[in-house]
Structures are given as C-alpha cells and as structure tokens.
Design a protein around this ligand. Structure first.
Ligand code: PEP
Length: 267
C-alpha cells in the first residue's frame, strides 16, 4: 500500500449513493442537514468534493436547494439512458440530467448490472451518452464473492473495466471516475480491507496507463465502495491510489455522511 502524500493533485471525492431511498421531501431535509453538518465540520473545500446521488424524482428538489442556498455540494444521478431523447418509455436522457445541473452519473452499479441485466456493452453506451452530455460518469466495476474466493478478482475487474470502456480514446475519457465496488461488500457490512482496496486501485490505474497513457491514468480518480463508514474511511483513502469513496447506507443521514467526509479529509 502506497501512502498518500500532500503532493497528490487528485481532489478527494465522497459520493453518497442514496439508491431507492428518500422521496423528494425527505431529500430536501437530508440535504439541508448534510449542508449544516458540513458547515459545522469546517471541511477544507479545496481538498474534497461532496456529492449526493438521489433518485431521479428528487433531483429537481435537490437542484432548487443547492442553487437557492448556494451550497457547495454537487449532485448527480444513479443511472442514465444510453439513448438520445425519443421513444424510450421510462428512460432518462443524459441531456435532461445536465439541464438539471447534475455533475455526475453512476453507471454500471452492480445492482443495475444484476437487477436490469446491464451488460458491459450497455454500460459503455451509457458512458458515451453521459460524456457527450458533459456529465462525469462514475463507472462501477468489481467482482463477486465467488471470484474473490477463486482469486480471479483482479482479472475479472480489469476485463469488466476494459469492456465497459470499449471504443474510447484517452481524450474522450478526461475526468472519468471509476468506483471499485466488490459486490460482496455492498450493503453487507463486509468491507474489503484497505489493502484489498489499494491492490485493486493500483491494478486499475496500471491498466489505464497501459491502455490510455500515464497522463490519463494519473488524472483519473479511483474510488472504493462497499460498506464505507466514518470509522473505516480514513484507512481506505490513505492509500495513494484511492481517491475517495462511493458510499451507500452511510450517506442516507446528513450528519453521518458529513462525519464520514470529515474523517476522510482529516487523513
Ligand atoms: C453503493 O451503493 O454503491 C454502496 C457502496 O453501498 P454501501 O455503502 O451501503 O455498501
């Protein structure tokens, strides 16, 4: 594990994926509480970005609050359509999210890969749609418990990464964020060790360097996700290759998420 130094110029990213929790009224209350708690925490805003990722139906309410109160929080969406606006019932176009002020979009979360049968090909099409609408994709990759036990986790995750980015060149992928989320650690309370997270983040960065060059690999932020909490985040983000966390359950309460952000930045 390589220790982070103050020289790292990748800004720490702490993104709270609410999944299908909080309706639009609960979202307003949660973001308000988060904003107050972050103010109390006196985070150095130049050192980190804090992002909330609510359900689609909350985004307009979050936008109104963030813009109205001039909060420094950013927000995003949990998914996006690979299609342009048109006859695709139930889908949400990337350009709609941009107009709502979204900065980020989670793509290829393991719950969507499992529940909605999203293939790497679909994920790559969604990454393309997001980038063309100037949204930053948070591309999720990670292995199952069985793959971890069989010790094929690194190969599996790197293959998933390559296939989910098929057809892009380095310039197209500027700003991309990758979230390494071992499926067995999501929502289970089972966290990968800091060494597990560091091993995979280093492997992902090395593969990016091989495919797209050192410049792209060094500027890409790699997050860890899977049961991250205020009491384990500091150890995880201490590694030089881990640039933040994608947080599910521990992002639902504003004060808890603020405490997690404070613990991450303190490191
Ligand atoms: C997630 O939803 O991406 C996640 C990491 O969830 P949790 O933190 O609850 O494991």
């Amino acid at each position: 594990m390589r220790k982070k130094t103050n020289m790292s110029d990748r800004t720490l990213l702490l993104a709270g994926n609410w999944k299908m929790n909080h309706d639009h009224l609960e979202a307003i209350s949660s973001v308000q509480k988060l904003a107050w708690a972050l103010e109390d925490a006196k985070l150095d805003e130049s050192r980190c970005e804090v992002v909330v990722i609510p359900p689609f139906t909350d985004i307009r309410s979050v936008q109104t609050l963030v813009q109205g109160d001039k909060l420094w929080l950013k927000y995003g969406a949990q998914d996006v359509s690979q299609h342009a606006p048109g006859a695709h019932t139930g889908e949400i176009a990337a350009t709609f999210l941009t107009r709502l002020g979204c900065s980020y979009v989670v793509i290829g979360h393991s719950e969507r890969r499992a529940d909605n049968h999203e293939t790497n090909e679909v994920v790559a099409a969604k990454v393309r749609a997001a980038l063309s609408a100037e949204l930053t994709p948070i591309l999720c990759v990670g292995e199952s418990l069985q793959q971890r036990q069989e010790k094929t986790h690194v190969d599996f995750t790197l293959d998933q990464l390559e296939e989910s980015l098929a057809g892009f060149d380095a310039s197209a992928l500027e700003g991309l964020v990758i979230a390494y989320e071992p499926v067995w650690a999501i929502g289970t309370g089972e966290t990968a060790t800091a060494a597990d997270a560091a091993e995979m983040a280093a492997a992902i960065r090395a593969r990016l360097a091989e495919k797209y060059g050192n410049g792209m690999a060094e500027s890409t932020r790699i997050l860890y996700g899977g049961s991250v909490k205020a009491d384990n985040v500091a150890e995880i983000v201490a590694d030089a290759d881990v640039d933040g966390a994608l947080v599910g359950g521990a992002s639902l309460s504003g004060p808890d998420f603020a405490a997690l952000c404070k613990a991450a930045v303190a490191k």
